[in-house]
Design a protein around this ligand. Sequence first.
Ligand code: PMP
Ligand code: GLN
Length: 381
Amino acid sequence: MIQLPQKHASTGTSIFAIMSGLAQQHGAINLSQGFPDFQIDEQLSTFLEEGVRLGFNQYAPMPGLPMLRQAIADDFKRRYAVDIDADNEITISPGATYGIYTAFTAILQPGDEAIVFEPAYDSYIPNIEMNGARAVPIPLTAPDFTVDWNRVKAAITPRTKAIILNTPHNPTGTIWSKADWDTLAEIVRDTDIAILSDEVYEQLVYDGATHYSVLQHPELRQRSFAIYSFGKAHNNTGWKMGYCIAPPTFTQAYRRLHQFTSFSVNTPAQYAIAKHISSGTASPVRAIMEAKRNHFLSLLKNTPFTIHKPAQGSYFQLATYESISDKGDLEFAQWLTKEHGVATIPVSAFYHNRHDDKIIRFCFAKKEETLEKAIEQLSRL
Ligand code: PMP
Ligand code: GLN
């Protein structure tokens, strides 16, 4: 038997595969893995068909179709008042997961350290370790999941080469304030630490809040890879399309890797998204998702779950279940799927040591009828 090297020894099976698999096996309503269960905008489907018919069927240029990169630059100018050089700062990627891995690979060498805030999206630590580097997890401070900046300062060593952050945050739904960004800037000033800013939920912020992007912070922007996913902005997670925005030297390093791992990304999908973004008539994803969050929160009142804080952003709502069970969160989530037909994500999966505060995550990016059916089942608890 050939023994392959264990470059990914700590990576078990992703919790998203486990819980979606369990949901399917038991015919449960799937509020676990984060994906919408409703149709995409009709005009986006039409643009995809149009792209195929017009002949956008061969390899796109390595960094992405110029029309899509320009559409993104124009969109960011409009929404964030930032200037982005579409030729030298934007690279289209097959999804944000790929973007994060590629950015880490551009930054890290064996022996380096990368700071990760936990709970953390489950690909971060495996990606760091695949590059031979060491993840340094720092817990966010419950109940509001804020960053303890003194802990960050204390964790920095001469080996620290990256800090990854995620706002709006999966799974807690919190968003960073301008003060967080300024503190981060102070801490990394005069270091060679690069920032990886996972902003895949940038469009999904609620209650009149605004997303502050790393691209709006002139000092931090110079040392940052900003990562985005079209899936979250256009309800088409299965297209696996995203992009990376970074200063020219970072973009060059990113593209050196990208050209030999993917080279280019699905051409008709790039055409369709470019047309969709530029149309000015794309459906308002933020308003749609905020209405879903509000509806789900009011429905949850009919269940014994406790909500400590409404999600400020993302498409996830955390809940605790102390009046239902004292099981650990993984066991509880499995039980809920099998016995009550609703799948969720146990938040311990977002900690390297499976730290368990008995919290589960619901995805509310679902049709009203899906949410209502799920609550009907949960109200019998
Ligand atoms: N980052 C976060 C925080 C996510 O929740 C996700 C998953 N949706 C991703 C990255 C990956 O996005 P994609 O599906 O585009 O790979
Ligand atoms: N980002 C999605 C979530 O957090 C899932 C993505 C995946 O399945 N890898 O649920």
